[in-house]
Design a protein around this ligand. Structure first.
Ligand code: ADP
Length: 239
């Protein structure tokens, strides 16, 4: 696999909410099979960056290119059809729908038919969900909802994932399960990921590159081995 293929290219991006500019002149690229972790203190613009890529906030200037084409603000199902899944703002779980209905809906969003092969794939990855097919999502635990979110990604069959705090609020064993799942998808299928993660151990374990956000800007990418937690905390958290 050519690790230098740019999947996503963000160039001098400024974006925000209404009249308020949050991101300022952000430039970076995400290569195929890369997990790019964005860390930084609360309010530094990490979630806004993922939302800007997903077309959910107001782009003031600059561009977001996906596989060489501009990625304009669009409806989530069009993003999925382009090959991008997102776990933003706690995921898109609908409490009244059952587990199986979520997968049927995900298939419809991709304009594919949800057949047994697709469900087998999901239940192979998440055997626990196999016993919960008829359960409404509103009755699931945090860990089960997390598995459902990733099950939806598998049905969507996308190769680029935008992940905002995928381990937030989960019990340690579910965090470990999530890390193992994401690591495997990257290793075996070359899934490219943008990862916002406040759990630094999780971020550094998964990341092939790290970028630090501060006050709406980002640093150059660097390798996790070059990252010194203490320097980061002094420079970006206590200042
Ligand atoms: P982070 O993910 O790094 O914690 P955010 O991207 O959530 O940071 O927030 C960056 C800035 O944008 C913050 O000052 C926050 O108050 C502001 N912000 C976030 N969401 C909204 C919104 N929906 N409307 C207006 N301002 C927002």
């Amino acid at each position: 696999m050519n690790s230098q293929v740019h999947i996503l290219q963000v160039d001098r991006l400024s974006a925000g909410y209404g009249q308020r500019t949050v991101l300022q002149n952000v430039t970076f690229s995400l290569n195929q099979g890369e997990v790019l972790a964005i860390i930084g203190q609360n309010g530094s613009g990490k979630s806004t960056l993922l939302k800007a890529i997903a077309g959910l906030v107001n782009i003031i200037s600059g561009t977001v290119m996906y596989k060489g084409e501009p990625l304009p603000a669009m409806q989530p199902h069009l993003l999925i059809q382009k090959g991008i899944s997102s776990f933003l703002q706690g995921g898109l779980i609908l409490p009244a729908l059952t587990v199986e209905e979520h997968f049927e809906l995900a298939a419809r969003q991709c304009e594919t038919v949800f057949d047994k092969k697709l469900s087998d794939k999901v239940y192979d990855h998440f055997p626990l969900l196999g016993g919960l097919k008829k359960q409404r999502a509103g009755n699931l635990s945090g860990g089960e909802r997390q598995m459902l979110s990733f099950g939806i990604f598998l049905v969507q069959d996308t190769k680029t994932w935008l992940l905002d705090e995928p381990t937030a609020g989960l019990a340690p064993e579910i965090v470990a399960f999530t890390v193992e799942f994401l690591e495997r998808k990257r290793r075996e299928e070359g899934i490219s990921m943008m990862l916002v993660e406040h759990n630094m151990d999780v971020a550094l374990r998964l990341a092939s590159h790290v970028m630090i956000a501060k006050e709406g800007t980002v640093t150059q990418k660097f390798n996790p081995e070059e990252f010194h937690k203490e320097t980061f905390l002094e420079t970006f958290v206590y200042n």
